[in-house]
Write a protein that binds this ligand. Sequence first.
Ligand code: FAD
Length: 396
Amino acid sequence: MDLRFSKEDEDFRSEFQAWLAINLPQEMRAPEFWRGKSDDEQFQIRRDWEAGKAEAGYCGIQWPTEYGGRGGTPTMKAIYDEELAKANAPRSVNPLGLAFLGPTVMAIGTDEQKRDIIKPLLHTETIWCQGFSEPGAGSDLAALQMKADQRGDDYILNGQKIWTTNAMHGDKIFTLARTSPSEGSRHAGISMLLVDMHQPGVEARPLKQITGESEFGEVFFTDALCPTAEVLGGEGNGWQTAMLLLSFERGSSAIGQYTEFRHQWDLVANLAQQLERDGQKAAKDPVLRQKLAASLVDLECLKYHSWHILTQTSQGKDLGAEASMTKMMWSETFRKVSDTYEAVLGTAFQVPDPQPGLSLEELTTMALWSRSCTIWGGSQQVQRSIVAERVLGLPR
Ligand SMILES: Cc1cc2nc3c(=O)[nH]c(=O)nc-3n(C[C@H](O)[C@H](O)[C@H](O)COP(=O)(O)OP(=O)(O)OC[C@H]3O[C@@H](n4cnc5c(N)ncnc54)[C@H](O)[C@@H]3O)c2cc1C
């Protein structure tokens, strides 16, 4: 593991810090800034801010310059994520496009797809959704049923997707559909289609989350159109394209996550020092102290694991199935930080204003949101099976 930064890396950090100091307004860093704003208003503010950041050259940090990226290193991307987390910057409006679609298009897209997709994605001109999950196909993705029948130069799509992040704000969706019969293998006959969401045959409906937001939703396709040229990776190769696409999340470092969770742990520890419980400060409770300490140890392990991953990816190593270990580690560490918040407040942690006078919105949202992280991107149980079979070589 290499814990040193090159001069180039340090210069990049200083430059980005200076840019953030000027361009990220102080009020936008505070949780209160978002209070009372609708989902639509919040999304638009984040979209505009991210577009400005891209305009200033802070986007696609490790993507090639020919595609509008910055041509940097994995270390620079980790520094970028860390500095955004430290500054409490708004989160990206295009996470699916950035994590999954962009790298896949660069790897296997046609020249037209590279030209038409990557730059608008980086500049938030096109918000991309991922349409994989269906009511009957989640962990078992190959059970998907959406149909795409070819008619002339178009596919006609019919079916439903669910849990679609940014469904209500999406412009386009990369989605999996059956373009031909499966012929004995459930993985055959699937294609990845790039579909315009602004057409009469596509209807997005919000789903209300426990946080009160509707960050995800359902998407219904009723005779929706997709030109046959808008297939990514070739017709019938959807399963291979999807596996390639999902592999791009691998190798991403968890340093930004560590920084964010550590900040939240500090807020919880601080709260425990303020809050009276049973005639003394909560922080005096030995059981709570143990919990806080255990959570801090996990956080520091996550930090060193992130450095290890960064060293590996900087040396060009493909992490393969080991990436599932990182996903399990950061999501469980996050859950533990949220559990310490619950231990301080009790069940009151679930209500919007659990301690009048104390501004706890950030922690409450964190605690509720943390419940989803062991599900999306592959559930914890499925990740464990991947590690058991493909990393440890255990029998099925
Ligand atoms: C916040 C959030 C955002 C999401 N965003 C998107 C998105 O943008 N696009 C998209 O396509 N999907 C999205 N999803 C869906 C996500 O990918 C699925 O929820 C996930 O794949 C699990 O599928 P499922 O919900 O159908 O649960 P199921 O697959 O039905 O699983 C139910 C339970 O059974 C367990 N289980 C299932 N199979 C196995 C097995 N083989 N071995 C052991 N245990 C198993 C699971 O671990 C889980 O505990 C999102 C989900 C969440 C929570």
